[in-house]
Design a protein around this ligand. Structure first.
Ligand SMILES: *Cc1c(COP(=O)(O)O)cnc(C)c1O
Length: 434
């Protein structure tokens, strides 16, 4: 059989109705625990040697399991683990890669809560960040790689400027140094961009956003490309023998690297972080995600087309000083956009008003269709002023480089009629300058 394409996998991936009483849609397994059958099978399940066996829903659940398999397939990865939020996905990934301490290279231009965590919380656990202004300054990135550097971490499309990270080059730099590249692909979703195709090792999502697409579930997922070799002294946590992995087939060497090879990362997150720290995704939330995912391609096609139309409209508005949307042909990053994002750069854009802070507030108060709130990737269109809400964590001296000014507004484009959205922005901007 030929490999199934994205639009087929988003409907059928990871699910066999024959295994679930022929139920056409994925059932909600709203239960905590699973009968182990016999004493012999119980022991095997506990050791993790029975494929697709479930025991306790904090560690794995069949509804969540379908979502995990489907999302792994959509990204071209080998395995995925779903967690309770995008922040949990980022946190577990960083801890699993840098456990016991180390350094990680990342840009300043990342999700506000992630930046806050990297700067103020992880250092207390011995994990330090080398933050750079321009992640595509490859000489600087290379110069920061030290013996205790554990990974490079980037967002494929940054927030709110939509700056693009050159994933293929960064993956090459990371691999030459024996470290993985981690990509937060939330803004793009696997429909617009598949980081693993360009060499990324681990992909994290806030599936709260475009993957689910309806603003009704908080969730996260970590996808593994399955290519990185964790059998390295740089990652001693993968080389330690773990009692729970000991079995007759590997009685002496039973570390994650020895037992699971290049599939060790997700296995270890599930058993060390999900099982022990417990930020689990519930089956009903997974079910809602599966429904949202079924229409991802149509949603994004329309939202991306509307985003481009709105970006072009904003460029013609005399009260707009600048539009930040790297999908525009006059963007300096347009060559990267064409290479990595043939279906479009995404559904988030931002613009700077040619006015005062007061006038910017008036735009927020005058929009009627756009909802004023800190979220993206919803079927509703959203507006926010990053400086006051989503990017408060960015230190003042760092804001200018990311265009985080009093006049900056970020839009997340939904599924409404594009002319109605443009009309809404037009009347709101006009009323702010009356
Ligand atoms: C929202 C978001 C997160 C955090 O996700 P939650 O699901 O809200 O925890 C992380 N990264 C990016 C890029 C986001 O937009």
């Amino acid at each position: 059989m030929t490999e199934e394409k994205f639009d087929t996998l988003r409907i059928h991936g990871g699910y066999d109705p024959a295994q679930h009483h022929d139920s056409a849609t994925v059932p909600i397994y709203q239960n905590v625990a699973f009968s182990l059958g016999s004493a012999e099978r119980g022991e095997a399940v506990a050791q993790g040697t029975v494929p697709d066996a479930y025991m306790y829903s904090r560690v794995g659940n069949p509804t969540v399991g379908v979502l995990e398999k489907r999302l792994a397939a959509l990204d071209g990865g080998t395995e995925a683990v779903a967690v309770g939020s995008g922040m949990a996905a980022i946190t577990y990934t960083i801890l699993n890669v840098a456990e016991g301490g180390g350094r990680i290279i990342a840009p300043y231009d990342i999700y506000g809560a992630a930046l806050d965590e990297f700067e103020t919380l992880f250092p207390k656990y011995g994990i330090h960040f080398d933050l750079v202004t321009d992640i595509n300054d490859f000489d600087e990135v290379k110069s920061l790689i030290k013996v205790d550097t554990k990974a490079i971490y980037v967002e494929s499309v940054a927030n709110p400027t939509t700056a693009i990270a050159d994933i293929e080059t960064l993956a090459r730099i990371a691999h030459a140094a024996g470290i993985p590249l981690i990509v937060d692909n939330t803004f793009s979703t696997s429909y617009l961009f598949k980081p693993i195709q360009f060499g990324a090792d681990l992909v994290v999502y806030s599936s709260t956003k475009g993957i689910n697409g309806h603003g009704n579930v908080v969730s996260g997922v970590i996808v593994d490309g399955g290519r990185f070799d964790w059998n390295s002294s740089r990652f001693p946590q993968f080389l330690e023998n773990e009692f729970i992995l000991k079995s007759e087939t590997h009685p002496d060497n039973y570390s994650y690297a020895a037992v699971y090879g290049r599939q060790a990362f997700i296995k270890r997150i599930r058993m060390k972080y999900l099982r022990l720290m417990g930020a689990v995704l519930g089956p009903f939330d997974a079910y809602l995600e599966l429904i949202g995912l079924e229409t991802i391609s149509e949603r994004l096609n329309k939202e991306v087309a509307t985003s481009l139309k709105i970006a072009r409209y904003l460029q013609t508005n005399p009260h707009v000083k600048a539009v930040y949307y790297t999908g525009l042909p006059d963007s300096p990053q347009y060559p990267l956009a064409k290479k990595y994002f043939p279906k479009g750069i995404g559904t988030v854009l931002s613009f700077e008003l040619a006015g005062t802070a007061e006038q910017t507030k008036r735009v927020i108060d005058a929009v009627r269709l756009f909802l004023y709130l800190p979220n993206v990737g919803d079927s509703r269109s959203l507006i926010v002023n990053p400086i006051k809400i989503t990017h408060r964590e960015v230190p003042e001296e760092r804001r200018a480089a990311s265009h985080i000014t009093d006049q900056l507004l970020r839009l997340s484009i939904g599924l409404e009629d594009s002319d109605d959205l443009i009309h809404d922005l037009d009347q709101a901007i006009a009323s702010a300058f009356k």
